[in-house]
Each structure stands twice: as C-alpha cells, then as structure tokens.
Design a protein around this ligand. Structure first.
Ligand SMILES: *Cc1c(COP(=O)(O)O)cnc(C)c1O
Length: 388
C-alpha cells in the first residue's frame, strides 16, 4: 500500500480537529433537540448550546451575538450579504463594486445581479494582487450601494487593505462586505477594526466541520432574507439550526484564534524554507505580494513544464492544487492569476500550496525533494522532445 499523499491544500479545506470532533459528539446523539423547540428539555438544551456557541463566535470577532446569522458556509453568507443588500437598497442605487480576484461565491452573485440590471464595477488588481483604497474611492458613485472586498485571497493569499476600505465606505455611507473565510484563524482581526458592515466566515477553513458558516451583520444594516421559511435567525435565514455543526464551528474558531500567533510563526518559517529551497531551480515566479500575504500560503508559476504532466507526477505524493479547488478541472486558467497579469501558460503552470496545523517540517523537506525532482524531470523531458 502506498503512503497517503502529504496534504498541502489547506486553502481548499482543513481536516476537522479531534478536539472539535469531541465537542460535537453529544449533538449527534442524546442532545438531538431542535433549538427552535421551546416546550421541552431537548429543544431548550440545544438552544442553550447554540447560544453559548454564538457568544463564543461573537467574542472571537468582537461582535454582538445577535449580529451573527448562521448559515451553511461562506458561499451562502456571501449570497445573503450581496443579494440581501441589493434587494433592500435597489431604490437608493443600483451600483456595486467588487474586485477581479474575489472568490466565485462573490463574483457570481454580483454577476447575477448585473444580469438583473444592477451595474457592476470590478476593480483590477496590481501585479501583486492588491487593490488600493484610492481605487475604491475613485470607483464610488452616488448610486453605489455595496462594496465587497475579500480579506485574504484563497489562491495567492494576499491581504487587501480592508480596514482602510471600510473606513472609506463608512465615510461615504456605503455598505461594506468582506469575505473573510481565509482570514479567520490565520491573521488577527475583528469586525470593529476592519470597519465592516457584513463579514462572511466558514467552518471548514478553520478545522471545523463542512456545511456551517455565518454572516456577521452589523446591527442596523438592512438585508433581505434569501431563504423563506421559518423565522430562525431573526427571519433572515430560515431552516433548522444545526447544533452539532454550530458547536463545532465555535470550538474550532476559538482554538484557531488561540493558536494563531504561534502557528503564524511556525508556518511562515516552514513556508519560507520551502520557497527558499525551491530557488535551487530557476524559472519559478511567486504569485502575489511576498509580504502582504497569509503566512501559510505559497503560489508560484513554473516555466518550461507541461502542467498536467507535472501534476500527474506529483499527485501520488503530495496533495496540492493548481489554481483554486473550485475551478480545477476547468480548461480556463485561474481568474486570479490572469488578473495579476500572468500569461495563460504561466497561469496554468502554477501550484498553490497551503500549509496548516498538521504540517510538519519533515513533510516540507520531502515536498521540496519531490517538487525539485519532478520539475527537473519534466524540463529535461521537454528539452529532449525539442532536440529529438
Ligand atoms: C472556501 C471559501 C469560500 C466558500 O466557503 P464555503 O463555506 O465552502 O461555502 C468563499 N470564499 C473564500 C475566500 C473561501 O476561501
């Protein structure tokens, strides 16, 4: 039997931490109640557990418990934020602003609204993957109702200047939404420092379960529900709450934030060791700003290889992605790498490496050996082809 591939795709998802599994355990069994059932102990116990988790999560981002809306993940939170604001504010204005490198879960709802008649400005990024506050300021119009900018990019890990953009939007009375799915537990932040009105989070990016996330909504910010049914979550998100997932999400978030400072140092050291080691071979191009990025992210394009053959060579030994998980299998190059100006060839020939909680030094050294050997083998194969 072959060994499991080394997992280095932590931006796609993270394994559930065993401490999170333990915290969720009772809610798959004896504590099965529906938190909306107020007439018996089963429901009341479930509601109490959800309330504790809600308070934990609110504290983690310096929000009030009633400002959190639980939903199925960051995709749903983004949809609720973007379409929810558009629906309540369309009489005030119909202009939206976002960024070319956003996750599809932001770009797609924005494009959808555009198809309904809203006007959309998609800001370009510079060659490092960053936008500036001045760019946002120049794009704001009297009829702008929403600005949506992600905190940390899921492909190249770059960190946008969220706090400054938030301050600008507040000045101008425009609702500001931030997709922070990749930022939670990886960089320190809270909703007050970031000046955000709406913020999306996901459980499975912080060593919690899949299928749970939340939208932070600053009190007073009007959004329209996108699911109609029961009156859960203040009528903003119908559907029975999932106590097991919510408790797991809260536990995972608390752990990730507590361990963030030491993890940042450890992962940045390992990431830098990998990148420095790779310099032994030439023709590699770092994608995204070297400083303004997640400590655990590495993304680079490789000259002189056939990307699908390289992936074939390494896939048995290391689990990494080329582009984002959501678009893999696509013939189109990554929209993020295209936006920073990479040619289609270099955009295709890129690897995204995400380190995480269970990454150890031996795995990084092994990865380095595998990558160098595979890239060199691919390059000499292509050279032989050309000569022959
Ligand atoms: C993973 C991710 C999402 C989608 O989150 P789900 O909870 O899987 O729906 C959205 N935005 C970013 C930046 C992500 O990394």
């Amino acid at each position: 039997m072959s060994k499991d591939p080394i997992y280095l795709d932590y931006h796609a998802t993270t394994p559930v931490d065993s401490r999170v599994v333990t915290a969720m355990q009772p809610f798959w069994g004896e504590q099965f109640g529906n938190p909306a059932s107020r007439s018996h102990r089963y429901g009341l116990e479930a509601a109490a557990a959800v309330q504790v988790a809600r308070e934990t999560l609110a504290t983690a981002i310096a929000a009030q418990p009633e400002e959190l809306i639980f939903c199925s993940g960051a995709t749903e939170a983004n949809n609720l934020a973007i379409k929810g604001v558009a629906e309540t504010q369309h009489r005030k204005g119909q202009h939206l602003i976002t960024v070319a490198t956003e996750h599809q879960a932001v770009l797609s709802p924005c494009r959808y609204l555009e198809s309904l008649g809203f006007q959309l400005t998609v800001l370009p990024v510079n060659s490092q993957g960053l936008i500036s506050v001045e760019q946002v300021a120049a794009a704001l119009r009297p009829d702008t109702i929403l600005v949506s900018v992600m905190a940390a990019n899921n492909e190249i890990g770059v960190l946008q200047p969220i706090a400054a953009i938030g301050a600008l939007c507040r000045d101008r009375g425009v609702v500001f939404h931030c997709d922070a799915a990749q930022a939670l537990g990886r960089i320190p932040f809270n909703v007050s420092d970031l000046n955000v009105d709406l913020l999306s989070l996901s459980g499975h990016k912080v060593y919690g379960p899949k299928g749970i996330g939340l939208l932070y909504r600053r009190s007073g910010v009007a959004i329209a529900p996108q699911l109609h049914g029961g009156s859960q979550e203040q009528g903003l998100r119908a559907g029975t709450l999932a106590p097991a997932l919510i408790v797991g999400f809260a536990q995972a978030t608390e752990l990730a934030i507590a361990e963030q400072p030491t993890e940042t140092l450890r992962l940045q050291t390992l990431r830098d060791r990998l990148w420095q080691g790779l310099q032994a071979i030439g023709g590699l191009h770092l994608n995204g700003d070297p400083q303004q990025r997640l400590p655990s992210n590495l993304n680079f394009s490789i000259e002189g290889i056939d990307p699908s053959r390289l992936i074939q060579r390494i896939r048995g030994a290391i689990a990494v992605s080329s582009g984002s998980a959501c678009s893999s299998g696509n013939a189109e190059p990554s929209h993020v790498l295209t936006a920073i100006g990479r040619s289609p060839d270099l955009a295709h020939a890129s690897l995204r490496i995400g380190l995480g909680r269970f990454t150890i030094a031996e795995e990084i050294d092994r990865t380095l050996e595998i990558l160098i050997a595979a890239i060199q083998a691919e390059r000499s194969r292509l050279t032989r082809h050309k000569k022959g």
